[in-house]
Unconditional design. Sequence first.
Length: 144
Amino acid sequence: MTQPTILALLPLVLGLIGSQADEALPSVGRLIGERDVIFRVPVHPRSSVPRLEWDEGERFKCVDTSAIRGAILSGSDHVDLLLPRRQRVRASFDGNCPALDFYGGFYLKSEDHRVCARRDSVHSRMGGSCRIEQFRRLVPKLRD
C-alpha cells in the first residue's frame, strides 16, 4: 500500500475502532417522562472463561435504579443486574418468562427511582415483558 492510500483509510479505521469501543461499554440510558422514568439497560456478553461463580444470597425487595450499570443474561429465567464495585443482584422471573428475550437490552420503568420485586416488570425491546418475582444478592466465589 502506498502512503496516500493508508492516509485515506486512516479515518475509516479510527471510526471502526471508536464504534467498537462504544459497543463494548454501553451505559444505562434514562428518559424522564411526566410521571415515570424509563431506563434502557444494556445486556453485556458473558465472560467466555468465568473466574467466579455467583451464589445466591439474601432476598430483598427493591433496587435503586441509579445503581444499575448493566445486566448479564445468566440463566433461562433470570437476569443479573450489574451494580457498582462489582456487585450483582439477580432478578428472577416466573417460569413462563424466558430471559433470552432480553439479549439486546431491556427497559425498566419507575415512578420512585426504584425497581421492586412483585411490583415492577422488565420490558424487552421486542415488546414483551416479565414481572420480577424476586431479587437476590449474589456472592462471588472463586472457581475450583
